[in-house]
Design a protein around this ligand. Structure first.
Ligand SMILES: Cc1cc2nc3c(=O)[nH]c(=O)nc-3n(C[C@H](O)[C@H](O)[C@H](O)COP(=O)(O)OP(=O)(O)OC[C@H]3O[C@@H](n4cnc5c(N)ncnc54)[C@H](O)[C@@H]3O)c2cc1C
Length: 467
């Protein structure tokens, strides 16, 4: 193993000697991968093929001890650090150029306590595996709408999902966590131990350390729910978006919706609505009737299915390995002006794989006071996002430009940003990141100073420590 050029937290280059790297390697139960090692290529890849970063070191942690050693190593050598959970983040914050990736993707243990209705899961678990285990006991917790997403990133940034109308965000159901903070200390965090840190982990992103396990409150769900996707002709797009707005404005807690515009297999633009109703199936049919009466749809795939299958309904629309770019905002109300702007921009969409969606908040997610958790955008009605997707990397610039222009045109109708869809400060700027944390920013900055005063964990939606 030769000497290794690395990037420091000060964005300067440095050389790590062979013996130093070898010493780190032997301190791990998992593996340490450097450029050229077998497995390095796969380990640096993430869900989004548009993310193409070359870390100097990838510590594939096997357990908490490896995470502690990795944090100490990073701290001692002032290394740029990123932390990987499920590797699903679209901006690709979990990998860094030239630094150390603390990769938890092999830490996938899950333990359900059916009596207490809680579950503890390690930092590399994805929602598909988590739901599989909890549904064995008829239980679940809100966890996004894609089984391939990591529990770690999604929960730390908030976590909006199919169960959020009834049980709030993923972060609202986070009752405890184990974390290795920047000083290399392992801390158990719950309502009585480091409660300030528990508050910060509920929406403050990856700013406070490496979370090695998450404990959640579970709720009875399913096993059958009423879920699926409905497609409408684009000729009706304006009426469809207005219908989506009116329908989604007042719905029972058991129903969550996603609505938007996309392109069908035959290349025709379409209106799209995806739903999951997790209450009584009979009542669900009644609640969903207006969707079936608005139409006729091009296709109606809403049906009774296991909750674990509902977590997969959107998977074919956004598979791993394509090139993606996202711009996302929160939006309180879908005004006619916003709809007109969307229609005008979507008419010029540059890729048939791209989409524009609203993901609904409201109901239980909005009943939590905005200071109770670090996730502060409790009065947002929806997360609005334009997600561009394409296959040929040579086309990237055009698709990214279209997405940015669309996002810019929507700014007058939106308020704030979703932490989980935001890139690093170098990509987004300080102001946008501040807006993502909203009114909780200063409290988060104070917390950052307490637990990470040197800003070791900065390759994220960074909150610099206050002075
Ligand atoms: C197809 C798709 C669907 C999605 N659907 C939803 C949805 O329905 N609802 C929703 O809310 N979001 C959704 N998201 C966004 C999702 O919440 C984020 O992409 C999230 O960051 C993914 O978490 P991850 O662990 O997989 O990501 P990673 O890329 O592994 O990590 C993202 C960031 O989280 C932090 N992090 C990760 N693991 C740890 C850890 N163990 N300790 C400390 N920090 C850590 C780091 O800062 C890291 O950079 C979706 C994304 C995609 C691509």
């Amino acid at each position: 193993m030769p000497d290794l050029p690395v990037m420091t937290t000060r964005e300067t280059d440095m050389i790590l000697g062979e013996a130093t790297v070898q010493g780190f390697k032997t301190s791990l139960r998992g593996s340490l991968l450097c450029p050229g090692d077998a497995g390095y290529e796969d380990a640096r890849k993430v869900w989004n093929a548009n993310v193409d970063k070359w870390p100097a070191l990838i510590a594939c942690c096997a357990g908490v001890a490896d995470v502690i050693n990795a944090v100490h190593f990073a701290r001692t050598h002032h290394l740029l650090v990123s932390v990987r959970g499920g590797g699903h983040n679209i901006p690709g914050n979990c990998v860094c150029h030239g630094g150390l990736v603390i990769d938890l993707s092999r830490m996938r243990g899950i333990r359900v306590d059916p009596m207490r209705r809680t579950a503890r899961a390690e930092g590399g678990v994805k929602w598909g595996a988590f739901d599989h285990e909890t549904q064995a006991f008829g239980l679940a917790t809100p966890g996004g709408t894609d089984a391939d997403t990591g529990i770690a990133g999604l929960t730390l940034g908030g976590g909006i999902g199919w169960l959020s109308g009834k049980y709030g965000l993923a972060c609202d159901n986070l009752i405890a966590a184990d974390i290795v903070t920047a000083d290399g200390q392992f801390r158990h965090v719950n309502a009585s131990e480091h409660p300030d840190l528990l508050w910060g982990l509920r929406g403050g992103g990856g700013n406070f350390g490496v979370v090695t396990s998450f404990a959640y409150q579970l709720h009875p769900v399913g096993p059958l729910v009423l879920a699926g996707i409905v497609f409408y002709p684009f000729a009706q797009a304006r009426e469809f978006l207005r219908f989506y707005r009116d329908f989604s404005r007042q719905i029972p807690d058991e129903l969550n919706t996603i609505g938007g515009l996309g392109t069908a297999h035959d290349g025709a633009k379409v209106g799209v609505m995806a739903v999951c109703y997790s209450g009584s199936l009979e009542e669900g049919e009644r609640v969903l009737r207006p969707i079936r009466e608005f139409g006729p749809p091009l296709a109606d795939h809403i049906q009774t299915m296991p909750y674990t299958a509902a977590q997969q309904i959107l998977a074919p629309l956004a598979p791993a390995g394509r090139h993606y770019y996202i711009k996302s905002h929160f939006i309180r109300e879908i005004s006619d002006g916003a709809i007109d702007t969307m229609l005008a921009h979507f008419a010029t969409v540059t890729s048939p794989l791209s989409a524009m969606i609203f993901q609904q908040l409201g109901n239980a997610a909005s009943r939590v006071p905005s200071g109770d958790t670090a996730f502060g955008h409790r009065n947002a009605g929806y997360e609005w996002a334009t997600l561009s997707a394409w296959l040929d990397p040579a086309e990237s610039a055009g698709h990214i430009q279209w997405t940015r222009e669309f996002s810019q045109a929507m700014r007058p109708f939106t308020q704030g940003f979703y932490v989980n869809q935001v890139g690093t400060e170098a990509d987004e700027g300080v102001d946008l990141i501040r807006e993502a944390f909203g009114a909780n920013y200063q409290r988060l900055a104070d917390l950052k100073r307490k637990y990470d005063p040197t800003n070791l964990f900065r390759h994220n939606q960074n909150i610099p420590p206050t002075v």
